[in-house]
Design a protein around this ligand. Structure first.
Ligand code: NAD
Ligand code: TYD
Length: 379
């Protein structure tokens, strides 16, 4: 069914993927409004949207998706016909240390949005056509063995972390609102994203930033866990396709065709950062502690640490349904995607240094407080 989104509410639009999506959507010259609703938690950063702040189509509203009356008022005021729902607590390690926020935002918050959308779109028939797009994760399918076939949309749910369990719960609520009330929903379950504006608590940006600062690179366990890395720009293109060409009630898996071990990712980043700094000695003034400026290599910073509890061994995505039905295919390979990401972090030093003062130092401390992530002998 072809759908033309007009006025969008983008929840979590100041986070990593949400802010990339706002840029993507506005750059592709759509008419209509883009209203961002974001609570600006530690992961949200209004600076991620600085480039679009003068665009007359764009409006930022600070608010909580759990506040159903406020969401309802926004939907009515801006005649929203499309919700793209990114807002979530998104970091597995934090969900292990404190699951409550994950249940509140990911489960209760998603339900609050669904209720507000149903009230306007179904009960009051407030817009001629509508779409609720829910952004979810491959982590709901659990962990694969080395020879298992990649996840499809019919793989049974088997979430292993409080994060993935909360996302699984939200996926089920979205499904139920389609089946029970006829809400026009679509869901995408994607693999691990990377790219610009990625908060440096996740593997790829944390590794880049730590190499630049000369800090250790914590690799959980043996580092042979596998993720299917998806460049965030490919993911944004997939979401735009799902909005316009997706069928109500359908789920689409979105992958990056880039199954890679964590240790390979970290080693590749070491190589890329060493080369970039080596080729640009002027960076020495900014990053004097980086190994390459001290006669060493970044790879020497790798430290195997105690594993994450319940750590999923392998994720892999079969995206043939999205390819067939939406015309989706990832455009970036992992090596060139990582190289452009390294360049972005070198160009956007103010962006990530601003975050370090705010939360990063506390997070690193918390991560090393003895629950997991403690340095251990390499296997
Ligand atoms: P993020 O943590 O970078 O951003 C989340 C955003 O949501 C932040 O801006 C935060 O301020 C906002 N937010 C949190 N709680 C809120 C609340 N109660 N009300 C309003 N806003 C709130 O997350 P991300 O990596 O951009 O992920 C976006 C979505 O994609 C999430 O739903 C996540 O589960 C999903 N996802 C992410 C990945 C990934 O690799 N990052 C992979 C698969 C799926
Ligand atoms: P992460 O970026 O936290 O994403 P997710 O847990 O959603 O997959 O982690 C990606 C992989 O990298 C995961 O297998 C855990 C591992 N990892 C490390 O080895 N060291 C780290 O410091 C971090 C943050 C993650």
């Amino acid at each position: 069914m072809k759908f033309e989104p007009h006025n969008l509410l983008i929840t979590g639009g100041a986070g990593f993927i949400g802010s990339n999506f706002v840029h993507h959507w506005l750059a592709n010259s759509h008419q209509g409004k883009v209203v961002v609703l974001d609570a600006l938690t530690y992961a949200g950063n209004i600076g991620n949207l600085a480039d679009v702040e003068n665009d007359p189509r764009y409006l930022f509203v600070r608010g909580d998706i759990c506040d159903e009356p406020a969401v309802g008022a926004l939907l009515r005021q801006h005649q929203i016909d499309t919700i793209v729902h990114f807002a979530a607590e998104s970091h597995v390690d934090r969900s292990i240390l404190g699951p409550d926020d994950f249940i509140r935002t990911n489960v209760v918050g998603t339900h609050s949005l669904l209720k507000a959308a149903k009230a306007l779109w179904i009960d009051q028939k407030g817009v001629p056509a509508h779409r609720f797009h829910h952004v979810s994760t491959d982590e709901v399918y659990g962990s694969l063995g080395p020879d298992d076939a990649p996840f499809t949309e019919t793989t049974p749910y088997a979430p292993n972390s409080p994060y993935s369990a909360s996302k699984a719960a939200s996926d089920h609520l979205v499904r139920a609102y389609h089946e029970t009330y006829g809400l026009h929903t679509t869901v995408t379950n994607c693999s691990n994203n990377y790219g610009p504006f990625h908060f440096p608590e996740k593997l790829i940006p944390l590794t880049i930033v730590n190499i630049l600062l000369g800090k250790t690179l914590p690799v959980y366990g043996d580092g042979l866990q596998i993720r299917d890395w998806l460049h965030v720009e490919d993911h944004c293109a997939a979401i735009a396709l799902a909005l316009q060409k997706g069928e109500p009630g359908e789920v689409y898996n979105i992958g990056g065709n880039s199954e890679t071990t964590n240790i390979h990712i970290v080693r590749t980043l070491c190589d890329l950062v060493d080369r970039q700094l080596g080729a640009h000695p002027e960076h020495r003034d900014f990053f004097p502690a980086s190994p390459i400026f001290n006669g060493k290599q970044a790879i020497q910073l790798i430290t195997h640490v105690r594993d994450r509890p319940g750590h999923d061994r392998r994720y892999a995505i079969n995206y043939s349904k999205a390819a067939r039905s939406l015309g989706y295919s990832p455009a970036r390979d992992i090596r060139s995607g990582l190289a452009s990401t390294v360049e972005w972090y070198l160009q956007q030093v103010d962006w990530w240094q601003g975050l370090l003062g705010r939360d990063y130092a506390t997070w690193l401390e918390k991560n090393y407080d003895g629950q997991f992530g403690q340095p251990r002998q390499a296997p």
